[in-house]
Design a protein around this ligand. Structure first.
Ligand code: SAH
Ligand code: SF4
Length: 401
């Protein structure tokens, strides 16, 4: 089953009032102060809003029964709790869900920008893959997003908004019902057997964009996601994936402290320069040095190295052996990702037998189950297939708004 759900017109109307959904505590405090909530009540009111928005998933101020009627009316008059608007929702045959989301325009943007968010249910976990930028400044040769110019960075609330929206749609709030359209979310019986009570257990910053090029906003958003009084995602279940922005890696560890994934894809500079062009600026040796000193690194908190399998490009057994040598001494997991094709790409996915031979070398070196099963390929939701139609507008077009 592949379903595309059309979304009704009213949802697409542009929000005139700002939404509080996705804001951090400072943002909520400023919003409350702006509608005249007295200083000495601010912290208490922020705590109430926080719990309603992030622990219970409130979508209306009327639900907030412990907030006084007057304050609720003031909030309703000035703000909304709207999430990013859904343009389409697609459900893959394997239960993967992809949303094309429209964000409110900022500044002089003539068109509302669009991003993609993907939910991947498995027996014992549910992973939400979120975007950090609209487009990407980098141009990795195998990545569809890399063919889309950077439109802009996402704001913290737009990053958190993707989590709220996904939890709404799959019914991942206390007492909420699932979407009822037959998708696996994840297989309930297995989930219960493993003691899993939530549908989104993991968040990966592996959607559109290079998260370390939007450092502050992504860090602030992950602080909201990890807050124990709200969304309460453990930092050990949040993974930032980077193409290798070396100078920001240690700072990310210190300031955000999530798990880390490195898009390695090649073990020789001469090849990595071509596949992941940021390598020309920060070559492999520097990247490995940053990994070795990543704060909190241990056998219980390993770095994931992602390696996309490209036919006749990086998939030789000599490359597999060199990969194992390169990672020696770093607490690591290896993820071999079968290349996901997209229209116009020059690359091909390695043959399955070659992936198995490559994986065997990696296995023998002690890395367990290194091949990642492609998910949601039929709806272009798999790694590296995300791209929205949002274009960076020429200055003349931007000024129309
Ligand atoms: N910009 C960040 C995060 C987004 S990409 C980064 O590059 O790490 C998420 C992962 O998907 C990266 O490992 C990326 O290299 C991989 N990827 C990109 N295009 C792909 C494709 N066509 N097939 C398989 N994996 C791909
Ligand atoms: Fe950007 Fe990551 Fe794609 Fe490279 S792989 S173009 S860094 S999104």
């Amino acid at each position: 089953m592949t379903a595309i759900l059309g979304i009704s017109a009213p949802q697409q109307a542009l929000a005139a009032k700002p939404s509080l959904a996705g804001l951090g505590r400072a943002g909520l405090k400023a919003a409350l102060a702006s509608i005249g909530v007295p200083d000495k009540q601010l912290n208490m009111r922020v705590g109430q809003l926080w719990s309603w928005i992030y622990a219970r998933g409130a979508t209306s101020f009327d639900q907030m029964s412990n907030v006084s009627k007057d304050v609720r009316a003031q909030l309703r008059a000035a703000f909304t709790l709207e999430r990013p608007q859904i343009v389409t929702e697609q459900v893959s045959t394997d239960g993967t869900r992809k949303w094309l989301l429209r964000l409110p325009r900022r500044g002089r943007e003539a068109r509302a920008p669009e991003i993609e968010t993907v939910y991947i249910p498995e027996a014992d976990r549910g992973t939400l893959c979120i975007s950090s930028q609209i487009g990407c400044t980098l141009t990795c040769s195998f990545c569809h997003t890399g063919t889309q110019k950077l439109v802009r960075n996402l704001q913290p609330e737009e990053i958190v908004g993707q989590i709220l929206l996904a939890r709404d749609r799959i019914g991942d709030w206390p007492g909420a019902a699932g979407p009822g359209d037959g998708g696996l979310i994840p297989d309930e019986s297995k989930a219960h057997a493993s003691g899993m009570t939530r549908k989104i257990t993991n968040v990966v910053l592996m959607g559109m964009g290079e998260p370390l090029y939007n450092f502050d906003n992504v860090r602030d958003a992950m602080a909201v996601a990890a807050d124990g009084d709200g969304l309460a995602l453990s930092k050990r279940r949040i993974t930032l994936s980077t193409s290798g922005v070396v100078p920001e890696i240690a700072r990310w560890g210190a300031e955000a402290g999530t798990m880390l994934a490195i898009s390695l894809h090649a073990v020789r500079d001469e090849l990595r320069d071509k596949l992941v062009p940021i390598n020309r600026k920060y070559p492999i040796a520097e990247l490995m040095a940053a990994c070795r000193t990543y704060p909190g690194l241990s056998n219980a908190r390993r770095i994931t190295f992602e390696y996309v399998m490209l036919k006749d490009v990086n998939d030789s057994l000599a490359d597999a052996k060199a990969l194992v040598r390169l990672l020696a001494g770093i607490p690591a997991k290896i993820n071999l990702i079968p290349f996901n094709p997209w229209p116009g790409t020059a690359h091909e996915c390695s043959d399955w037998e070659q992936i198995e031979r490559f994986a065997e070398v990696v296995n023998r070196a002690g890395y367990a189950s290194p091949v990642r099963t492609p998910r949601g390929r039929d709806i272009m939701a798999a790694c590296g297939q995300l791209k929205s139609e949002s274009l960076k507008l020429r200055a003349s077009e931007r000024n129309i708004a």
